[in-house]
Design a protein around this ligand. Structure first.
Ligand SMILES: Cc1cc2nc3c(=O)[nH]c(=O)nc-3n(C[C@H](O)[C@H](O)[C@H](O)COP(=O)(O)OP(=O)(O)OC[C@H]3O[C@@H](n4cnc5c(N)ncnc54)[C@H](O)[C@@H]3O)c2cc1C
Length: 244
């Protein structure tokens, strides 16, 4: 089907990538991306790209993958489970800063002829095009608005994570579940550039609550650091035998 025009709602990795592929496959189609934030505004740390993801990106668009690989940081992985360490060799595992990834995808979309519009929030209904691609992220308002037509189903679970960054590069990625008196907490960290690593702590909600982090979160302003959690062990009288 030849399209005259396509509008992509959302200029994250998904929207930018879809826009470039569409423009490359249909050069005569006018492709516009609408992103609410300014181009340089994002947050987040390193985005990990596993080998299967890289194979998929290679098949879809080798040029943008080459630049992603060039900017990415490759690392090996050390998994420590029940006191035993397993190392996965470097080569297949890479990570790239989210802002660097967005910059690359933005340039490649523009180079293909995609028109990029930043700074205004839009709705799918406002976009006049033969095809509208809703790429507005995990909390997509478009998915909610057209939930019945698309048959969208969303289920949420009770896994929680704390997503942080460090100002140094770890020598390798780390994956380490630890059983505490409150339940399991898993540390997962990986380097993504010479002076940066992503650092995640994951826990099931019951373990998180038993450790008292629900209380420290409630005591902390949304834009403040959770200094109360330093004293989380003071709440250990809430602890029950770990079952998660
Ligand atoms: C802020 C952030 C930080 C992240 N950090 C990491 C990380 O450090 N490591 C990692 O591995 N993964 C990270 N991720 C996850 C990974 O980047 C996602 O898998 C990926 O971003 C999904 O891409 P997407 O394009 O589907 O959605 P998103 O990246 O969420 O992009 C959706 C875009 O749509 C825009 N948008 C939404 N609604 C509208 C509207 N009405 N009008 C205009 N624009 C709209 C949003 O501003 C956003 O830019 C992060 C995701 C986010 C959103």
């Amino acid at each position: 089907m030849n399209l005259g025009s396509a509008a992509v709602l959302g200029g994250g990795p998904g929207g930018l990538y879809a826009a470039r592929l569409l423009k490359l496959s249909q050069p005569d189609c006018r492709v516009d991306v609408y992103e609410q934030s300014p181009p340089e505004l994002t947050f987040g740390f390193g985005v990990g790209l596993a080998s299967r993801t890289q194979r998929n990106l290679q098949a879809a668009d080798p040029a943008s993958l080459a630049e992603i690989v060039d900017r990415a940081w490759s690392h090996e992985m050390a998994m420590t489970v029940a006191g035993r360490e397993v190392r996965l060799p470097a080569g297949d595992l890479i990570a790239i800063g989210r802002s660097a990834l967005l910059g690359i995808l933005r340039r490649h979309a523009a180079a293909a002829g995609v028109r990029l519009h930043y700074g205004s929030r839009v709705t799918a209904a406002e976009l006049q095009a033969d095809l509208v691609i809703a790429a507005d992220g995990v909390n997509s308002a478009s998915r909610e608005e057209y939930r019945d037509s698309f048959g969208a189903e969303v289920s949420t679970h009770d896994g929680l994570y704390l997503w942080c960054g460090t100002d140094f590069a770890l020598p390798s990625a780390v994956f380490r579940p630890v059983e505490t008196e409150f339940g399991f907490f898993t540390a997962h960290a990986y380097p993504y550039q010479a002076d940066r690593s992503t650092f995640l702590i994951e826990a099931a909600a019951p373990a998180w609550r038993r450790a008292g982090f629900d209380l420290t979160t409630a005591q902390t302003a949304p834009d403040a650091s959770d200094a109360h959690s330093d004293n989380a062990n003071a709440t250990s009288d809430r602890a029950a035998p770990p079952d998660t």
